[in-house]
Each structure stands twice: as structure tokens, then as C-alpha cells.
Design a protein around this ligand. Structure first.
Ligand code: AHR
Length: 676
């Protein structure tokens, strides 16, 4: 994986030298520029998010489960220091006698082979059992309710009482409940706990207090207050921060996590649905463990809950080219599903579409309905492959999947893949291949310096509109300072300008847990108690919440090339939205001419994001740079001065609401020439 970055090579270059084309376009409008055409349609799904279980984004993060290693499935394969009792501690309290062991005979489900056996030799008030310290402690709040559940059975026919407790970090009891385990077959047992105190790093204790033998598995604790109160749901504050972005789509489950670093941990969606004990846990490519508790059903449900379209990415039946533990650009570690197994794999992809959209009477639609969602999830996009090396093995498999989806589900847009960089062999070969197959959209990825983003503002202006459209699936400017965020904002104005060919875009990665971060920068940092959105987050939010359906050139004129701007209109509200990015150190005037928009109100909203160039939001100071909103008067032609290092959004209210005008999606590709 790419985990380290070189320093910013171009830091000493002036902004003017980084923005030659832009300067030309704004100073010399005589030469026809593509952005001067009025009312160019923009994809209605342009700004979305990229979710991957990297940096403890899912387990220990968005997935609200508070118990770590609840199924005793951690292994040294996940992480050489881990084993089935990682995150658990054996407790023998009072004068209890007995022992604990990890067993595999007759498990709760073959997918979930390990469980714990507690063998108690004497009747004790306290007992022996286990303590779980969660992911950096279990945070509990006084008065909140927590749902405890466990799969359990007794051996020898004798019922065994369990004592379940929430404790604070000093061991003080905050909540307590008893559960008699009576059945000799695996059964779920549940109880609600309400702690009397608050602790950011508490623990869960489960003790067997009676003589006998009891088996335990899937020991789980969820806050009752999950996002939208969903069972097996999402952490409310983190999910809300994501929802507040108002993304138009959610890509999941990765990234590299989707194709895995070997066939053994390729993400297979069918392993992630159904009752939790049936889901197949596996090694996370980022060197930890995936419970699959946040699986395909939960992803789809979450998308629906936040009003975003789902965008699953399935493996193209090949693993990461860097499989085998080495990071080699152009590596040959790619592994592939055998051609003999491909018909089954192709069917797996078709079944995913049926799972999402098929009637509740269909085989896979019935499984969705059984999970509580008989209605369709309205899947429109499927990504096939992630940054895969363009080998003959990849191409052969991609084509099989693509042809099958196209034939059976022409209503679904397949998104192809063109490597991990904005240029190079995989990029060129990926584009050639996509054009040959007329793939409607391809997924570009790049992590570059802020200077790169400023300099490449015109990248998509010259893309051939007759070829595949673009999903900019992963991008970031290698840092979380205001300057980084502004370079991304400047680039996003170019995505709006090219919103006819760039159909979707998502910053990556989305989430990172403090102390468990494999990849920097990220959009939202968090720990167990705090969510810290970066400045980059606010840029994404301002663009997503102020997306338009049409782009207008020639509305804004700046005399300095440090200023980059866009003007869009939202056909639904009639609002005209101006975005002005000043990535330079001095205030700059901009001329705004709204005269072409006939039915605007003079009332506008002014939102600014500004500060010192290197300002960042941190856990110690999470509000260093946040948007500020004020009323504004805007009409006709006026001058506005952009502050140094700032993003300004001016939303002028419209009164000419019209139905949204939308360009038709994808499939304008024509075969033929290499790359773009
Ligand atoms: O976003 C982090 C990683 O970057 C993704 O997993 C991968 O697709 C890319 O290389």
C-alpha cells in the first residue's frame, strides 16, 4: 500500500506559475473556452463519499459494536500479535474455581468456528469469566441504554447463571444484570444495561456464577442510540457527520479492501449478509480484522438512511497486484479466480444486483426482505475492480463480468478501473480497454500534492465527451491544512465545470481512528468520544450541499490567477451558487456578473472558510477552520473581495424553480483510440 509521501516538491513555486491555463482563461476571454458555454449540465450525483474499512473505519469506528473480537475469531493471520482471546481478559473473582478455554467443536455456525467455554467448579456470588476492553475502552454514558447479547449453551444439562456488568476503568460497577443460560443448544440471550455513571474507557464483564459449564460466543454490546436507531447499526455521531456531508452516493467497501491482497480476503458480498453468526470474518488488508458486522445489508441501509445512492465496488475476480506482502509498483502478485470458477463468480455479481433491486419474491431479493427491507435499494452503479493491474487475466475476467451485467441489467452503470495514478501504463491501458468495451464510466484515482491539484485544474476540459465518462473515485492532496483543502476546492470547481464528463467524485479515505491510522490524510478523524472533521471535510461539505445542475462560464472574472471560481445553478430551487477559491496570500477582487439570471432575489447566503495557510483542525482545536455563514446582498453586477486563503460560497436565492435538467448517464463511449 502507499503509506508514505514525499515532501511537497513544488512548495516554492508561485501560484501564478501553477495556474497558467486558468490565468489565460480568466484574463483573455476572447479565445473560446469550453466553460463559457451557458448552462452546461452537471451530473446530479457529482459529489459523494468513499468508504473503506481502513484506519478502523468500520470495526471500532462507524459500526457501533463496542466489543472487540466478539466472536473470538482474531488470529495471528490478522496481526501477528493477535489470537482468539485478544481484547479479552480472564477473570476469576472472589473464591471461584474453574477454567476457561477456546473451543471449536460444534460451533454456533461453521462460519464462526471459535467460542469460549467457562467451566466453574463451585457456586460463587461473583464467579469467573471474561472482561472485554473494547476498542481503546468501552465508552458508556450514564442513563443511556446498551443492548447486550450473547450466543450461549450449557453442557451437562445444568443451567448456569451469567452476571453481566458494565464497569468503569477502575473496576467500579456501572450496570449489572443476570441472565440464566438454560438450553443445551446455542441460543441468543439478551439484556439491556443502563449505566449509572459515565466512563470514556469502561469495560464489559461476563461472569458465570454457578457450578457448571457454559459456552459463549458473539458477545456483543451496542448503544441503543445508533444512527436512526437501527439494530446492528452505526455510531450515531460519526454517521451524522457523514450524513451532514449530504453525499449523493456512497462507494463501499473500498479501495484495496474490495479486491483484497490475495484470494483469501477478497471481499465477497455474500459472506457479509444474514444473521451475524453466519457471516464470514476475515483478515482486513490493512492489518486488522473484519467482522463483516457492517456488511452489504448495512451499507445499503445506511445509504438509504442518508439519502445517498449506493455504489458498491466488487472485485474484478483478481486481487491487488501487490498481493504477497510487497509493495511494488507494477508488481506481479495479482491472483485471479480460475476461469473454471468464473461462471459462478459472474453469477455472484448478478446476484448482488438482484439482492439490491430484485423483487422480494426473487431468490436474493427474498434475503433482503428477510433482513427487513422488502423494497428495492435502487442500485444504479456497480464498480468492477479497484486500481487493478491491466493484465490479460484482469481483462479476460472484467469482460466476462461486464458483458453479463450489461446484458442482464442494462439499467445499471458499470464502472471500470484505470489504475492507481493519474497517468502511466495502467491508466493508459485501462482507458484503451474501457474504450474498446465502451464501458460507460471509469474510476480514476490520484493522491497528489496541492500544487498538482492547482496546476491540473484544466485536466478534464479536454476529455473526449464521446468516450467513457469519469468517476474520480479517490483523490486527496496529501494533507489536512487549509491550503490542502483549498487546492481540492479549486479542483472541485473544475469538476463542476466538467460535470458533464466527470459524473462522480469522492475524496478518499473518509474515516480514521486516532491511534489506528494506516493512511493519512483522511477526511474525518475520530476517537471513541470525539469526531474531528478536517478542513478538507468542510470543503467537501460546501461543494456537496451547494451542488448545481448546470454550470455557467463567464460569470466571475478575477484578475489574479490565485483565484479559481465556478458558477452553478440548481434547477430545482433556481438558486445560483458562486464558489470562489483564493489559494494565495493576498486578498483578491473578483467581478461577478449575474445579469444573465433574470429571476434572482437580492437575498443571498455568504459562507466563508478561511484562515492561515497551514491551519488545521485537531482534536485539541477542532474548530480552527470552520465555515461561517452570513446574509449577503447580491444582484446584477458587483465586486467581491476574496480573503487570502479562502473558499467563499455565495448562494443567491432563485425564484424560477424548474424541474431538474439532467444529462443522460454514461454509455456515450466509442471504441478505438488509446487513453483519452
Ligand atoms: O484510499 C486508500 C487506498 O488508496 C485505497 O484502498 C486504494 O484503492 C488506494 O490505493
Amino acid at each position: 500500500m502507499k503509506t508514505s509521501y514525499s515532501s511537497l516538491l513544488l512548495a516554492s513555486l508561485s501560484l501564478a506559475s501553477l495556474l497558467p491555463n486558468l490565468a489565460n482563461a480568466q484574463k483573455a476571454p476572447k479565445k473560446a473556452q469550453p466553460d463559457l458555454a451557458a448552462g452546461k449540465p452537471i451530473s446530479q450525483d457529482l459529489f459523494g463519499i468513499f468508504f473503506e474499512d481502513i484506519n478502523y473505519a468500520a470495526d471500532g469506528g462507524l459500526y457501533a459494536e463496542l466489543v472487540q473480537n466478539r466472536s473470538f475469531e482474531y488470529t495471528p493471520n490478522d496481526n501477528t500479535a493477535w489470537q482468539p482471546l485478544t481484547a479479552w481478559e480472564f477473570l476469576r473473582e472472589g473464591y471461584s474455581f474453574g477454567n476457561m478455554s477456546v473451543e471449536t467443536a460444534a460451533p454456533v455456525n461453521p462460519s464462526n468456528p471459535h467460542y469460549v467455554t467457562l467451566h466453574v467448579e463451585n457456586e460463587m456470588q461473583k464467579g469467573l469469566g471474561l472482561k472485554n476492553s473494547g476498542f481503546d475502552g468501552i465508552p458508556v454514558k450514564a442513563g443511556d441504554q446498551y443492548n447486550f447479547s450473547v450466543q450461549a449453551r450449557v453442557k451437562g444439562g445444568k443451567s448456569v447463571p451469567l452476571l453481566v456488568q458494565l464497569r468503569d476503568k477502575e473496576g467500579g460497577v456501572l450496570a449489572t444484570a443476570s441472565l440464566p443460560v438454560q438450553a443445551s443448544t446455542w441460543q441468543p440471550y439478551r439484556v439491556t444495561l443502563t449505566p449509572t455513571g459515565t466512563d470514556a474507557a469502561g469495560s464489559l464483564v461476563v461472569l458465570a456464577t454457578g457450578k457448571g459449564t457454559v459456552d459463549l460466543d458473539l458477545i456483543s454490546l451496542f448503544p441503543q442510540k445508533t444512527f436512526k436507531n437501527r439494530a446492528n447499526g452505526m455510531r450515531a455521531d460519526l454517521a451524522q457527520a457523514i450524513a451532514d456531508l449530504q453525499p449523493k452516493f456512497v462507494r463501499f467497501p473500498g479501495g484495496c479492501l474490495a479486491h483484497g491482497d490475495g484470494l483469501e480476503n477478497m471481499y465477497r458480498w455474500k459472506n457479509t449478509i444474514g444473521p451475524l453468526e453466519q457471516r464470514v470474518e476475515q483478515r482486513n488488508i490493512w492489518n486488522y480484522h473484519q467482522t463483516a458486522g457492517l456488511g452489504y445489508f448495512e451499507y445499503f441501509q445506511f445509504c438509504e438512511d442518508i439519502g445517498a445512492k449506493p455504489l458498491p465496488v466488487v472485485p474484478a475476480a483478481v486481487s491487488c497486484q501487490n498481493s504477497g506482502g510487497t509493495w511494488r509498483i507494477g508488481g506481479t502478485g495479482q491472483q485471479s479466480i480460475t476461469m473454471a470458477e468464473m461462471p459462478e463468480y459472474v453469477q455472484e455479481v448478478l446476484d448482488l444486483i438482484e439482492y439490491a433491486n430484485g423483487p422480494a419474491t426473487s431468490t436474493w431479493g427474498a434475503k433482503r426482505a428477510a433482513a427487513g427491507h422488502p423494497e428495492s435499494f435502487h442500485l444504479e452503479y456497480v464498480g468492477v475492480g479497484n486500481e487493478d493491474k491491466q493484465t490479460p487475466e484482469f481483462r479476460e475476467r472484467f469482460k466476462l463480468i461486464y458483458d453479463a451485467v450489461k446484458q442482464k441489467h442494462p439499467e445499471v452503470t458499470v464502472i471500470g478501473t484505470v489504475g492507481p495514478s493519474p497517468k502511466g501504463d495502467d491508466f493508459d491501458q485501462g482507458w484503451t480497454f474501457a474504450n474498446q468495451l465502451a464501458v460507460p464510466m471509469v474510476d480514476e484515482h490520484y493522491y497528489e500534492s496541492p500544487e498538482w491539484f492547482l496546476k491540473n485544474n484544466r485536466r478534464y476540459d479536454s476529455y473526449d465527451r464521446k468516450k467513457s465518462t469519469v468517476y474520480l473515485g479517490e483523490y486527496a492532496s496529501r494533507g489536512n491544512t487549509l491550503f490542502n483543502a483549498l487546492s481540492e476546492a479549486a479542483y472541485m470547481t473544475s469538476l463542476e465545470r466538467n460535470g458533464d464528463v466527470v459524473r462522480l467524485a469522492s475524496y478518499a479515505p473518509l474515516l480514521a481512528k486516532e491511534g489506528h491510522t494506516q493512511w493519512n490524510p483522511d477526511l474525518i478523524y475520530f476517537n471513541n468520544s470525539t469526531v474531528c472533521p478536517t478542513v478538507n471535510y468542510y470543503v467537501q461539505q460546501l461543494f456537496s450541499r451547494n451542488q448545481g445542475s448546470e454550470y455557467f462560464g463567464g460569470v466571475l472574472t478575477a484578475s489574479d490567477s490565485a483565484v479559481v471560481s465556478s458558477c452553478v445553478r440548481d434547477a430545482n430551487s433556481g438558486d445560483v451558487i458562486l464558489k470562489l477559491v483564493n489559494a494565495g496570500a493576498t486578498a483578491q477582487p473578483v467581478r461577478v456578473d449575474l445579469s444573465r439570471f433574470k429571476r434572482l432575489r437580492p437575498t443571498a447566503e455568504l459562507i466563508t472558510l478561511s484562515g492561515p495557510r497551514d491551519a488545521k483542525n485537531t482534536f485539541a482545536s477542532p474548530q480552527t477552520v470552520v465555515p461561517k455563514t452570513a446574509p449577503f446582498k447580491a444582484s446584477g453586477s458587483f465586486a467581491y473581495t476574496t480573503a487570502p486563503y479562502s473558499l467563499t460560497v455565495i448562494r443567491v436565492k432563485g425564484s424560477d424553480a424548474k424541474p431538474r435538467k439532467e444529462v443522460s448517464r454514461g454509455s456515450t463511449a466509442s471504441g478505438g483510440s488509446a487513453g483519452r
